[in-house]
Design a protein around this ligand. Structure first.
Ligand SMILES: Nc1ncnc2c1ncn2[C@@H]1O[C@H](COP(=O)(O)OP(=O)(O)OP(=O)(O)O)[C@@H](O)[C@H]1O
Ligand SMILES: O=P(O)(O)OC[C@H]1O[C@H](OP(=O)(O)OP(=O)(O)O)[C@H](O)[C@@H]1O
Ligand SMILES: [Mg+2]
Length: 282
């Protein structure tokens, strides 16, 4: 049975469980359940604190896990990303009160509050800056107002939390992050159980980002139409009863679909339809 670590709370938990559900796996019904066995799919899910997931996976006790890339780097353990999942996207940045600290070089001798000590310590060492770090579990933005630190290093997504606290980012982003499937560094890359799990999640990613497009067009416009909708391998072309016309079927990126429909219409294509893809294996 494949043993998989899943975040039990926080920003990663809901989207991770939703993605697994879409991929056909059972998920826990109660937030107090710590382990769920899904015998039909030959997997066992362990609901763990997000910060601990890389530790379990690197120990080899669990085969793979879903966590944030920033949490993986912060833990400093031997595990690696095998599939980025496209949710919980964020940057990790320094911030301070405007007009106080505005460059990484100014951090020398300052105190930096963060929940991600590992990332900050590594970054300061790389930059050759000597600063103190104070560890806080959350609500780090408040640390400056309360005088615990002059600078914070935290996850920034929309920037709302920083604005509400009257803080401003400075310097380049320390890192970018998103949720990802991780495994122990050096683990067997060809394990068929892991490969099947990854194919299922890739299927969800494709189903979320592509739509199926169907349309009819005149044969003389086919080459131009197909150039707009090349599909993954190549579009399916079927003859129509109406001579001189063909039906075309192709996958297109969902975010491009409306523009492509306009362009196809201008080319003379008609009966242009898009439908959602519920699941797929590429
Ligand atoms: N506002 C956010 N937008 C996008 N991703 C976020 C956001 N906040 C945290 N994350 C991401 O979620 C992961 C952290 O999950 P974790 O559950 O530890 O923290 P959290 O979501 O802040 O929950 P908690 O309330 O327990 O602090 C990291 O990968 C981080 O980049
Ligand atoms: O840029 P924003 O869109 O505002 O998002 C970033 C905020 O979201 C997270 O906080 P969370 O709500 O998880 O609280 P926490 O600080 O207690 O972890 C993160 O720690 C930031 O504070
Ligand atoms: Mg948080």
């Amino acid at each position: 049975m494949l043993r998989i670590a899943i975040p039990n709370k926080g920003s990663l938990s809901g989207p991770a469980m939703a993605m697994l559900h879409e991929a056909g796996y059972q998920q826990r019904k109660e937030s107090k359940e710590l382990v769920l066995v899904d015998p039909g799919n030959q997997v066992e899910f362990f609901y763990l604190r997000p910060k601990d997931i890389a530790i379990y996976v690197s120990s080899g006790k669990l085969d793979i896990g879903i966590t944030g890339e920033d949490l993986l780097i912060d833990s400093g353990v031997g595990a690696e990303v095998i599939l980025p999942l496209g949710f919980a996207r964020s940057t990790f940045r320094f911030a301070a009160k405007p007009g106080t600290v505005s460059a990484v070089a100014d951090l020398a001798g300052k105190t930096i509050a963060t929940s991600y000590e590992g990332i900050v310590a590594k970054h300061l060492a790389e930059q050759g800056v000597d600063a103190a770090i104070v560890h806080l579990d959350g609500a780090v933005e408040t640390a400056i107002e309360l005088g615990v630190a002059q600078v914070i290093a935290d996850v920034v997504e929309t920037g709302t939390s920083l604005r509400n606290a009257g803080l401003e980012v400075f310097g380049d982003p320390i890192m970018k992050s998103e949720a990802a499937v991780i495994r122990r560094t050096g683990a067997d890359a060809d394990d068929p159980k892991v490969q099947q799990f990854l194919r299922r999640l890739q299927g969800v990613l494709v189903a979320r980002s592509y739509v199926m497009m169907d349309y009819d067009c005149r044969v003389e416009h086919l080459e131009k139409a197909v150039a707009l909708t090349p599909g993954l391998e190549s579009p399916t072309i079927s003859p129509l009863h109406h001579e001189g016309w063909v039906a075309v079927r192709s996958m297109v990126a969902a975010k491009e679909a409306q523009r492509i429909m306009d362009d196809l219409y201008d080319l003379g294509a008609r009966a242009i339809l898009t439908t959602a893809i519920h699941a797929c294996r590429l």
